[in-house]
Design a protein. Structure first.
Length: 265
């Protein structure tokens, strides 16, 4: 019998790594996708040794054009069946929209939106046919409002959140569970030196990786839906609805404006 796998994108670090560990602890096989071969192989070895599950690391860049379709095609060629898709890969760039690299910003759209749509479109039919399976889309609190100086980041996350939540309603009768998780700022990963450096600002209080993963999988087990980890973050989302829409980007701009090293305090 063909084994089922959970596919985790952006699995080599951050939330993806913590999702992979939590899924392996549930004795589920894994497909780990990321760009870093060294980190992927190290994590794959760790999970095989700790939990005795099958782990397939795939070095792949989902920010490239048609990447989602190419990855799905590769999974079919290798006869790897996915019953849970965790779309976690992502990155952010900060600054004035017209001064940032257009190529880099288009890669962000590909990664956060296009590749996710392609992967879901290609992997969903087999889940529906089996009347089981699931999709977890890792969005952000930044998707609940415009974020100046992270303009396209917040826009891509807004698309992902609305797409994911609408898809859940379409799939209610199919047996496929959909979770949309919107964390705020994450604490630095003590295992990752890069995360100790300057990180992107997003609205909401700081959460641990473990907290986000636990809340997400709990929501998945209970039938899916929207997750905003942390009570303070949930109150922030609700409170924004009481603010006039034109005032929101002005308020967020004051919090998210990059520091100018030449500007006097």
């Amino acid at each position: 019998m063909q084994p089922d796998y959970t596919l985790v994108t952006g699995a080599s670090m951050g939330l993806g790594k913590f999702f992979a560990r939590a899924i392996a602890a549930r004795q589920q096989n894994l497909i780990l996708v990321a760009r870093s071969e060294t980190r992927l192989n190290a994590l794959a070895s760790e999970l095989r040794s700790a939990h005795g599950v099958l782990v397939e690391p795939i070095v792949f860049d989902l920010a490239a054009g048609r990447a989602g379709q190419q990855l799905a095609r590769g999974l079919r060629v290798r006869d790897l069946a996915v019953n849970l898709l965790i779309n976690n890969a992502g990155f952010a760039v900060r600054g004035q929209f017209w001064k940032l690299s257009l190529e880099r910003q288009l890669e962000m759209i590909n990664l956060h939106n296009t590749s996710i749509v392609e992967l879901i479109f290609n992997l969903l039919p087999s889940m529906i046919e089996k009347h089981s399976g699931g999709i977890i889309n890792v969005s952000s609190m930044a998707g609940f409002q415009p974020v100046p100086y992270a303009t396209l980041y917040s826009a891509t996350k807004a698309f992902l959140t609305t797409f994911s939540m609408a898809l859940r309603e379409e799939l209610r009768s199919t047996g496929v569970t959909v979770v949309t998780v919107c964390p705020g700022r994450l604490r630095a990963d003590p295992e990752d030196e890069d995360s100790q450096k300057q990180r992107e600002k997003v609205p909401g209080r700081e959460s641990s990786h473990e907290e986000v993963v636990l809340a997400t999988l709990k929501k998945f087990d209970s039938g899916g839906g929207l997750v905003v980890p942390g009570r303070a973050n949930r109150l922030t989302v609700m409170g924004q609805r009481l603010i006039p829409p034109n005032a929101v980007p002005k308020i967020v701009a004051r919090m998210s404006r990059p520091k100018d090293p030449l500007r006097k305090p």
